[in-house]
Ligand binder design. Structure first.
Ligand code: C2E
Ligand code: MG
Ligand code: MG
Length: 547
């Protein structure tokens, strides 16, 4: 941002290095500030000091609550300022044009702190560790709630592990330092920032009386931490999830922290990269989910899962060429829990890997007894790809059922290709080499999308039912575009969720090759399949036996 120095001396002769280059070469941090205290320029030393990125921040973000820079510039005297991390600097303020100020910083002699405190400080980030944080929290709680309102913010980084795994720990460490700096820069003087370990941080915000005050800081954390980092030449994007809790009437540190944690959990569930303020209902929600989780853990052992099968039809021959396996959970008290009500939870806690293995084994075994050469399509969660056991699970399931690989089709969603694409592609290729078909499920609903089709030669694209049902011009255009793209890439196209004869007629006109929906068959219990196939009009509407 050197343009902010436009008002600077411009006597650069041909032989003089440009002003900007001199500033960049200085070992001491130099900043320029606008009339309102916004940082307009920072040289390299200043960027390093404050974590790489300061232009646009307020000077009092860098030096907590220091708001006297205009006075200091008038008096031209040095000041000792302390950063959030308690680094002391001798600052000189020089007026420069109307309202603009140049600030130069030089490290002050370190004050001899008590050696004992070193053990309480996180080496990597210079932040307090848990014990100091708890001491501050206890001190704040010992004061009257009206006199000493505060909020805490529990922060957790999104995708930090991915950075560590792909770029190495040195970059991971660098990132944590910069994150710490950004968190600190958002805080006010006296606020306490601690690193609890890993990528977890916690902040004690003094004086936060209202939700709005706490939310403002929480939003700032999400914004600042979520901005791009450049680390040793790598561009890195992560996010922060923040759980915020006001002190309220609480008196115990552990209750305050628990509320912050609950809110953090909700922030992550809501999709990460956001903050949530603690609400009293959150513990009930968590409690219900825990109960559901306990039930879900037992469901496999208690044989509460079943697979139902929905037929799909080849539009060229109007024959049922296969069935998609759809998971059903019959719980004695909860009743029939639909997959969308428990699969996200099973993905959250990793249970989906075991459940998915059961689905694969069972689907292969049941399909082996079907008449003809029909295909069984099995949904595979992105989590199963991450578990690294998918290839082996599939191989074992086929072998045990004595089912030829060409009769198994795996349905994956775009989510599987999001992270760690290289590994996923390697697994997909190995599965295809095994002879298994791979199709892209729910196409059009995800992250959009067309580039994924070029990364891997899917056998089939399943167009989400929202494009089939939504008979407006947009969905029709999308349906047509995907169908023609798929055709040109040599992929089959299934239209999902076809419910009416009119939709079916439309699909036929759009180069779709397959159809699946209530019109041509609802999901049915495995013992209904033989009857269903024996009917002369085996793709006519059937009763839903799944309900
Ligand atoms: P999906 O893979 O897209 O499966 C199709 C869903 O659409 C099924 O819902 C099916 O019952 C429903 N459907 C089919 N035809 C029609 C129609 O004409 N109209 C309407 N309104 N709906 C139709 P279901 O069984 O509730 O499954 C929902 C989702 O749960 C599946 O979407 C899939 O993503 C997931 N799922 C189901 N079984 C499994 C499984 O074994 N493993 C994993 N990871 N996910 C599964
Ligand atoms: Mg599916
Ligand atoms: Mg689908």
């Amino acid at each position: 941002m050197p343009t902010s120095f436009a008002a600077s001396p411009s006597q650069d002769g041909a032989s003089t290095p440009p002003f900007e280059r001199i500033l960049q070469a200085l070992a001491d941090p130099v900043l320029s500030l606008g009339p309102d205290g916004t940082v307009l320029y920072a040289n390299a030393a200043a960027e390093t000091l404050f974590g790489g990125w300061v232009v646009g921040l307020a000077f009092h973000d860098l030096f907590p609550a220091y708001r006297h820079e205009q006075d200091a510039a008038r008096e031209n005297g040095p000041r000792t300022l302390v950063t959030q991390q308690d680094l002391a600097f001798e600052a000189r303020f020089l007026p420069l044009g109307p309202g603009q100020i140049v600030v130069t910083l030089r490290a002050a002699e370190p004050a001899a702190g008590p050696a004992a405190e070193a053990a309480e400080i996180d080496d990597l980030t210079g932040l307090a560790k848990r014990r100091i944080f708890l001491a501050h929290l206890a001190a704040a709680l010992s004061q009257d709630a009206d006199d000493a309102p505060f909020a805490i913010h529990c922060l957790d980084l999104d995708r930090f592990k991915l950075v560590n795994d792909t770029l190495g720990h040195a970059i991971g460490d660098l990132l944590l330092r910069k994150v710490a700096d950004r968190i600190v820069s958002a805080c006010g003087k006296g606020d306490v920032v601690a690193r609890l370990g890993g990528d977890e941080f916690v902040v004690l915000q003094h004086g936060a009386r209202s939700q709005a005050e706490a939310e403002k800081l929480a939003a700032r954390f999400v914004d600042l931490v979520g901005r791009t980092y450049v680390l040793s030449g790598h561009t890195v994007n992560i996010g922060a999830s923040v759980g915020t809790a006001l002190r309220g009437e609480l008196t115990q540190a552990r209750d305050v922290l628990r509320n912050g944690d609950l809110a953090l959990y909700e922030a992550k569930r809501a999709g990460r990269g956001r903050f949530r303020l603690f609400q009293p209902g959150m513990d009930t929600l968590l409690h219900e989910r825990r109960e559901m989780e306990i039930d879900l853990r037992r469901a496999l052992a208690l044989k509460q899962f079943e697979l139902h099968y929905q037929p799909f039809i080849d539009l060229a021959t109007d024959e049922v060429i296969g069935f998609e396996a759809l998971l059903r959970w019959r719980h004695p008290v909860r009743g029939n829990v639909p997959p969308l009500a428990f699969i996200p939870l099973a993905e959250e806690n990793g249970l989906i890997v075991k459940i998915g293995e059961w689905v694969l084994r069972t689907a292969c075994l049941q399909a082996a007894s079907w008449p003809g050469d029909r295909v069984v399509a099995v949904n595979v969660s992105p989590l199963q790809f991450k578990a690294d056991t998918l290839l082996e699970t599939v191989r074992a399931a086929l072998e045990r059922a004595n089912l030829p690989a060409r009769r198994l089709e795996l349905e994956i969603t775009e989510g599987a290709l999001l992270d760690n694409t290289e590994n996923v592609l390697a697994t997909l290729n190995a599965l295809r080499d095994l002879g298994v078909m791979i199709s892209m499920d729910d196409f059009g609903t995800g992250y959009s999308s067309l580039s994924y089709l070029q990364k891997f030669p899917f056998s089939k694209i399943k167009i989400d039912r929202s494009f089939v049902a939504g008979a407006n011009a947009d969905s029709e255009a999308i349906l047509r575009a995907v169908a023609s793209l798929g055709t040109s890439l040599g992929m089959a196209i299934t239209a999902e969720g076809v419910e009416t004869a009119e939709q079916l007629a439309r699909i036929r006109g759009e180069r779709c090759t397959h159809v699946q929906g209530y019109l041509t068959g609802r999901p049915m219990a495995p013992d209904r399949i033989a009857d269903f196939l024996a009917r002369p009009d085996a793709h006519a509407p059937l009763e839903d036996t799944a309900a």
